[in-house]
Design a protein around this ligand. Structure first.
Ligand SMILES: Nc1ncnc2c1ncn2[C@@H]1O[C@H](COP(=O)(O)OP(=O)(O)OP(=O)(O)O)[C@@H](O)[C@H]1O
Length: 419
C-alpha cells in the first residue's frame, strides 16, 4: 500500500538513525571559513597538527625556502587526505585534511576543511579541553615562528600566496628622527597590549597608519621594520586585483588575525586619489568617483572605507592597516578624515640625525669631525635617505666615502644656487 518512494525514504532514514545510534564515533568538521571570515579554529589546527606528526603518519608535504642554508632539514606540512593521530588525556583523536571545490560560485574556490574523529563519549571533553588546548598551543607556536610571510593575492585562484619575508630593516637601522621612531614604537606597543582597552571603548582592535613622503624616504623600510618588530605577517594588497566590493570583502576576510595589511601607493592608478584641480572637469566622472579603477567594474572608495571603519571593520582582530603614498594631497579627503587612519607619519628628506644613523649603519662611524660640515649642507638640500645610502655605499673606505659625500653635497648646493 505504501508507495515505493516513501518506502525508500523511510528505510533510508531508519538506516541513518540506526547507524548513528550504533556507531560509537563522532565527527567534527572544521572549515576554513566561518561566518564569512577566516576560521580561527581551522588556523589553530593548521598550526598545531604538524607538531603531532608521528611515526605512523604515512605521507607528508615537505619543502624548503632557505637557499642560504641548503643542508637544513626541509619544513613539513600535512597533505590532503593524510591521517594524523593525536592522543590527549586518554582520548584517541584522528585528524584528516580534506579538500573540495566549491563549484556553485561564479569563480570556483577551493574549500579545505579538517575532519576530526573521536569517540562519541569524548565529544564534550574534546569541546571543553582539547580545542582550548589546541588554541593555546597554536598561539604559542605562531608567536615563536622564526619566519614571517608576505602574502600577495592571486586573482586567478582567489587565494593569498605566501612568500618568506626576510627584509633586514628594523627600527635600529631606520634613519629617522629618534623621537618619531620612539612614538611609533610606543604606539605599536600600546596597540598590541591593549586588546581590552579597544573592546572597552567599543572599537575594533585595529590601527591605521598613513605613511607619506617622497620616494626613497623609507616608507617601505618602515613597514618592514614594523613587521619585524611585531613579528606580524604582511598582506600586500594591490587594490586593482579586487573585482568588486564583494570581492574586496572576500579578499580582506580571507586573512588571518595579527597581520599588517599593506596598500602601497594608494594614490596611484586608482580613484582614491583626488585631483582637486580637475574636480570641475570631472563632473560626469564624479558619478563614478567612488570607483577605484576604471577597468575593474567595482571596487569603490566606500567599499574600502567600510572595511576601514564601517561595519566590516570589526571582522578580524589585531590588524595594522598601512597605506603609503608619495602624494598625500591627491588622496580623497574621506580617507584623511580624523579617525580613519589613526596615525599619519611624514617620511621626509634626510636630516642630520637621520644621516648619523645611516653613517653608523653603512660606515660604522658614529662620530666624525666632518659631520658638522655635512649637517650644515644637509640642512639646505633635499636629499632622500635612499640617495644618501647610495652615496655611502660607493667604496669600502669610510674616510674616502665621507669626503666624496661632502663633494656630492657641495655640488648639489651649487647646482641649486644656479637654478
Ligand atoms: N629612512 C630610511 N632609513 C634607512 N634606509 C632608508 C631610509 N629611506 C630609504 N632608505 C634606503 O633606501 C631604499 C629605498 O627606500 P624605501 O623603498 O623604503 O623608500 P620608499 O619611501 O618606500 O620609496 P617608494 O615611495 O619609492 O616606494 C631602502 O632599501 C633603504 O636602503
Amino acid at each position: 500500500m505504501v508507495p515505493k518512494r516513501i518506502q525508500n525514504y523511510i528505510s533510508t532514514k531508519f538506516l541513518d538513525l540506526a547507524s548513528s545510534c550504533l556507531s560509537s564515533d563522532f565527527t567534527f568538521i572544521i572549515e576554513e571559513r566561518w561566518q564569512a571570515v577566516l576560521n580561527e579554529t581551522f588556523r589553530a589546527v593548521e598550526a598545531y597538527l604538524p607538531t603531532r606528526i608521528g611515526p605512523f603518519t604515512d605521507s607528508l608535504l615537505i619543502g624548503s625556502n632557505e637557499p642560504l642554508n641548503p643542508s637544513a632539514p626541509p619544513k613539513q606540512r600535512i597533505p590532503v587526505d593524510c591521517k594524523i593521530v593525536d592522543e590527549f588525556h586518554g582520548m584517541r583523536l584522528e585528524w584528516t585534511l580534506r579538500n573540495s571545490v566549491d563549484s556553485n560560485k561564479y569563480f570556483p574556490r577551493e574549500k579545505r576543511y579538517f575532519r576530526l574523529n573521536c569517540k562519541k563519549g569524548d565529544r564534550d571533553r574534546v569541546m571543553q579541553c582539547y580545542f582550548p588546548h589546541i588554541a593555546t598551543t597554536a598561539r604559542w607556536i605562531l608567536n615563536q615562528r622564526e619566519t614571517l610571510n608576505i602574502y600577495t593575492y592571486d586573482r586567478e585562484s582567489s587565494v593569498w600566496e605566501p612568500t618568506v619575508f626576510k627584509h633586514p630593516a628594523t627600527f635600529e637601522t631606520l634613519a629617522m628622527e629618534p623621537e618619531v621612531k620612539q612614538l611609533i614604537k610606543d604606539d605599536l606597543d600600546f596597540f598590541v597590549e591593549r586588546k581590552d582597552y579597544f573592546e572597552g571603548v567599543g572599537r575594533a582592535w585595529k590601527r591605521g597608519y598613513l605613511l607619506y613622503g617622497p620616494p626613497g624616504t623609507g616608507k617601505s623600510s618602515l613597514v618592514a621594520a614594523i613587521a619585524n618588530y611585531l613579528r606580524y605577517n604582511i598582506y600586500d594588497l594591490q587594490l586593482q586585483t579586487a573585482r568588486s566590493d564583494a570581492d574586496l570583502r572576500h579578499i580582506l576576510t580571507s586573512t588571518t588575525n595579527r597581520y599588517i595589511l599593506l596598500i602601497e601607493d594608494i594614490d596611484c592608478g586608482t580613484k582614491v586619489s583626488h585631483d582637486r584641480a580637475k574636480d570641475q572637469e570631472d563632473n560626469d566622472e564624479q558619478q563614478n568617483s567612488n570607483r577605484l579603477s576604471s577597468t575593474d567594474p567595482g571596487v569603490t572608495l566606500s567599499g574600502l572605507l567600510n572595511f576601514l571603519d564601517g561595519l566590516w571593520s570589526s571582522c578580524g582582530d589585531e590588524r595594522i592597516i598601512i597605506f603609503t603614498t608619495n602624494h598625500k594631497d591627491k588622496l580623497d579627503p574621506a580617507l584623511l578624515r580624523p579617525g580613519r587612519m589613526d596615525v599619519h607619519i611624514h617620511m621626509g628628506y634626510c636630516t642630520p640625525a637621520a644621516f648619523r644613523k645611516l653613517s653608523a649603519t653603512y660606515l660604522g662611524i658614529k662620530h666624525h669631525p666632518s659631520f658638522l660640515t655635512i649637517d650644515n649642507l644637509l640642512q639646505n638640500i633635499n636629499l632622500t635617505p635612499a640617495e644618501v645610502a647610495q652615496q655611502l655605499m660607493k667604496t669600502d673606505d669610510p674616510e674616502a666615502v665621507l669626503q666624496s659625500f661632502i663633494h656630492f653635497l657641495e655640488m648639489k648646493r651649487n647646482l641649486r644656487d644656479h637654478i
